[in-house]
Design a protein around this ligand. Sequence first.
Ligand SMILES: [Fe+2]
Length: 361
Amino acid sequence: MIFKQLFDAETWTYSYLIADSVSKEAVFIDPVNTHIEDYINLLDAHGLQLIYSLETHVHADHITASGLLRQRLGAQTAVSRLCGAETADVQIQDGDIFKLGVTEHIKVIATPGHTRGSIAFLWRDRVFTGDSLLIAGCGRTDFQGGDAGALYDCITQRLFTLPDETLVYPGHDYQGLWVSSIMQERTSNPRLAGKTREQFIEIMNGLNLPKPRLIDAAVPANRYCGLDENERQDAIAVREAARPVRNDITPQDMVAVAKQQITEVTVTTAKQLLAEGNIVVVDTREESEYAAGHIVNALLLPRGVLEFKIGNSPELADKSKAVLIYCRTGGRSALAAQTLQQLGYNNVLSMAGGFDAWQKA
Ligand SMILES: [Fe+2]
């Protein structure tokens, strides 16, 4: 086997190369776009064939190289199906296994919490934890469907139950540390060791971290495997053409598909974003529903006329502007968010649960 830990000093990101020395098949975990030439040189130097680019999640702090690696080398891109990365070749599910040659197996462990679609990869005696479990820390839980309780559950129940000697390779380290072990983290990670679920949630809720520097560019780009606007539109067109025609699709199916392609936020997150300002709120219900009550300053754009009326709204002239869209329960807004993305808006959030949940909160 061949194993290399690679570091991007710009974003403090670790990427990993794993290869089977017999078949020469290789994978990268969390490759960074600016290192594409280094990766290709590294593969060439060892005579390796890249089969997959695996992502532990849709990153907010750097842009993935997976789309470039697919373009240049034909490697398949793989990310959790819960990440809304429509153009990824493999939509990963918990328990999936990626094989290299006949002996190397990389197993997927779902670890939601840092983001909804976060996963870890277990290979031999090593676990690649992305931003879920860091050395003496863990990823933040306030963006992209993050959930502190879910993170506590999956770290304590799914990662800390791995054998003590399992090596922990994180997605980042900001102190120059590069590897830990399950026992070390279970017994000394300051956020988790000896902490109850409630204490952990309190710690995470009290972090008050600044927004990641690259989030507005990185999250939308990474949903398209790190490709730029033209490349991503081409990739979408190819996917759409390959999509089989379905006769039995229900509205619920359509909403479920839309939700995989968009970003949903909770009412709590929506309220935080509104308080921070600099976000356009769109109500995509009918006029009568809007008249009966709506979020203050929400723009009314009923879903039926969305594409036609959107051009009349100066607030939405800039397609990179953050948009929060809602309906009554979250179904229409998911479909509308998908439409906005198709129209080129790259920072659209749909409020889960809709106005009903907003009123209950
Ligand atoms: Fe992350």
